[in-house]
Design a protein. Structure first.
Length: 91
């Protein structure tokens, strides 16, 4: 038996339509990206702040962005890692 970490944030009993990116989910904070409890990542707050600043800057400088093609993933039994994520950004 093996633990597949990548499946934790795509659990159908926790997230409706788990393969869809939905930033408006009512239970969005139930993700496992930074662990939890005594195992919470020490850098979680810094990572959240960095992501927020990066997204605010990106969104303030663009009018639209969309997928520029399908995402490609590296084969792995442990993590779901994109090798290509084409995005078209419009200023």
């Amino acid at each position: 038996m093996a633990i597949c970490w990548a499946s934790g944030n795509r659990e159908e009993t926790v997230f409706e339509n788990p393969d869809r990116i939905d930033l408006g989910r009512s239970n969005l904070r139930n993700h496992l990206s930074f662990g939890g409890g005594i195992h919470l990542c020490m850098g979680a707050q810094l990572a959240r702040l960095e992501a927020r600043v990066a997204l605010e800057e990106l969104l303030s400088r663009t009018s639209r962005f969309e997928m520029g093609g399908p995402a490609q993933h590296l084969p792995s039994v442990f993590v779901r890692t994109p090798s290509e994520l084409p995005i078209a950004i419009r200023a």
